[in-house]
Design a protein around this ligand. Structure first.
Ligand SMILES: *Cc1c(COP(=O)(O)O)cnc(C)c1O
Length: 378
């Protein structure tokens, strides 16, 4: 049996006719950049998340970059985030000449540790933003983070690239704090046919600034108020996303059901003694308690050998992320060294993402479970 980490063809199949029809409509209109499909997507994301303003952009990375530009973050400023995330979270800060300051993660959720964040805030001057990442689709501890941020008078910006559709008692991931962003990279919860992203924010003036910077700070044509960039979203990407968005909740439910099935099968096979399963810290808070499982990540003893065994058995898996950001070559100048963030480093050694997507079958999940049990001799 083959169990891929993700198979996007299975999602595309049933939507193919509708998606191609919408792409054809864009092609016929020849209105290819921004325009009505992008505006429709922006209004839909506002309605879906409760964010007052949503601005469509060219990628999740560009969403963060243009937001930081709009906030005026640059040389002399510091931004605190986690070293255990996709590179872009810290990369955008560095690109603007601001200093990346890391705080370690909570070992249970893999999200930024409130204690570590508090210590970083206390010892760092000129902090201009705190960026929690809702890693794997599980919200960070937003209540505690926002309390600290309010104490220090620093805005909180949510990296919700992996978490569109996830909930927290305080609201939808990406629409809780001052601002945030989503990625529509094909492997995210809502995937475009290429790169696309969205910024969200509460403040109308900030939203207007982002809209302007998205298009080279140009208003009207060829008159430039500030130096922005080309962060525009293509109409074809928005058209695809408009077809897919109504399915997001059912896909999220599908991801959650498959996470629950892994849990019960692992329990039956005694695998919980070997593996550490993902936690759902916001469970029990009513309807707003979803971990959206963009990834189902376990901690596994002998992780690399397990991954090899799974690969030999036709099961896909991935390591998110093998090297924490404070140990990356390009960030050597930040002055960190191995040992500075032990929980991020341990997660990088132990964690393994297993196949999870709404079309994954029970037979495939049982096969994955069997292969893991066989590896541990259980
Ligand atoms: C994917 C991702 C991004 C970047 O999004 P792109 O659309 O690929 O540019 C940023 N942060 C996190 C946590 C991500 O997973």
């Amino acid at each position: 049996m083959q169990v891929p980490l993700l198979d996007l063809k299975l999602q595309y199949g049933p939507l193919k006719a509708q998606i191609l029809k919408e792409i054809e409509a864009v092609a016929d209109s020849q209105h290819l950049v921004l325009g009505p499909q992008v505006e429709q997507l922006e209004r839909s994301i506002e309605a879906y998340t409760g964010a007052p303003h949503a601005i469509g952009v060219s990628s999740g990375t560009d969403a963060q970059l243009v937001l930081l530009m709009a906030l005026g973050i640059g040389p002399g400023d510091a931004v605190i985030t986690t070293p255990y995330t996709f590179f872009a979270t810290a990369g955008c800060v560095a690109r603007l000449g601001a200093r990346v300051v890391f705080a370690d993660i909570d070992p249970a959720t893999y999200n930024i540790s409130v204690e570590s964040l508090e210590a970083a805030l206390a010892r760092t001057a000129n902090v201009k933003a705190i960026i929690p990442v809702h890693l794997y689709g599980c919200c960070a501890d937003m209540e505690a983070i926002q309390k600290l941020a309010a104490h220090y008078g620093v805005p909180v910006l949510e990296d919700a690239a992996q978490a569109l559709g996830a909930r927290h008692p305080l609201g939808a991931a990406g629409a809780i704090a001052d601002a945030g962003w989503y990625s529509f990279y094909p492997t995210k919860n809502l995937g475009a046919f290429g790169d696309a992203g969205m910024v969200t924010c509460k403040d109308a003036a900030l939203a207007a600034k982002i809209r302007s910077l998205r298009n080279h700070g140009m208003e009207p044509k060829y008159f430039h108020h500030s130096v922005g960039g080309n962060f525009r979203l293509d109409a074809i990407q928005a058209a695809v996303l408009n077809v897919k968005l109504p399915h997001l909740d059912s896909w999220g439910a599908g991801r959650r059901a498959r996470a629950a099935f892994y849990r019960s099968e692992f329990q039956k096979r005694g695998l919980n003694a070997a593996l550490t399963l993902p936690v759902e810290p916001w469970a029990g808070c009513g309807v707003n308690d979803h971990h959206i499982y963009n990834q189902f990540v376990v901690r596994a003893p002998k992780r690399d050998a397990l991954r090899n065994a799974l690969q030999n058995a036709g099961v896909g898996s991935e390591i998110y992320y093998p090297l924490p950001l404070h140990e990356q070559k390009c960030f050597r100048s930040l002055g960190y060294s191995t040992g500075d963030f032990p929980e991020a480093e341990r997660a990088a050694r132990e964690s393994l993402a297993l196949p999870i997507f709404p079309e994954l079958t029970e037979a495939q999940q049982l096969y994955v479970t069997d292969q893991i049990a066989r590896f541990y001799g259980m």
